[in-house]
Design a protein around this ligand. Sequence first.
Ligand SMILES: [Mg+2]
Length: 322
Amino acid sequence: MSGPDEAGRPPGEFEQIARLYRPLTRGAPEALGLLDDAAVIPSRPGYDLVVTKDALVEGVHVPWGEARDLVARKLLRTNLSDLAAKGAEPFGYFLAVAWPPETDFATRQAFARGLQVDGEAFDVSLLGGDTVSTSGPLSASMTLLGWVPEGRAVLRSGARPGDLVMVSGPIGDGGLGLAAVEGRWADGDGYLARRYQLPTPRLDLREGLERWASACADVSDGLIADAGHIATASGVALHIDLARLPVSAAAAAWLAGQSDQVLARGRLAGFGDDYELVITAPPAAASALGLTVVGQVEAGAGVRVTFDGAPAPVATAGWTHP
Ligand SMILES: [Mg+2]
């Protein structure tokens, strides 16, 4: 790390920790003020610890040049979405950031500010981590911890025939939002870009999932792909009827311009980055939790896609990371 910051260069590592990262601990005692070799987390009787990890690389998972506060917030929010899918209550995270060496202090401050804003919003604290230099693009990785009552985590493996397949909100906004950010689709009021850049993890469904859900995953790879992950883990087939997909007004406007509605809806169900939840549960859960039923769990394997009951071709089997 370079010395004084008269040219916008970052101060030394320990001063960066003090100025950028210690505030993100929000006083959490487990972080030990970021002054020790490690964090110490007391066990919580009656709870299981749920742990997830996500990484992102500029140019791969976020567009080149994306504002650093948005990069940080998306990293936290995608991790939070994974814990939301397990019905867990997040409390703290570990962070590793690799900065290109020319990155100035203001840019690093913007990244930390993004974590500050969302750390407060979602009540999660930094517990430890590391910052390093890289000869490659900006990359960052986060490990997020949460608690769930013992034995009550909602896994992907619990779906059973007779359950219905439900989603927590609009499908396809993430993919259209990426198109909007990249200038491939005109997004009038910025709704789609916001859905892509700042997804909302569905932590609000935690108590309902614990009560009702037999299986759950967040929609990060695309609804069809993530439903497929549940099908594989559970040893069942998931049916999805594209006519029943909930779509936002902005996605409906995109659909209106597409000549083949079945293929177009298949694309919405193939896009990633929605960060809604796909849930299997008994029928009563739909009205209890305000979910939209899109199909049912069946004996078999894989995902069966229909449109109004008729077999539907699907143009994409989900987002594959390049
Ligand atoms: Mg996930």
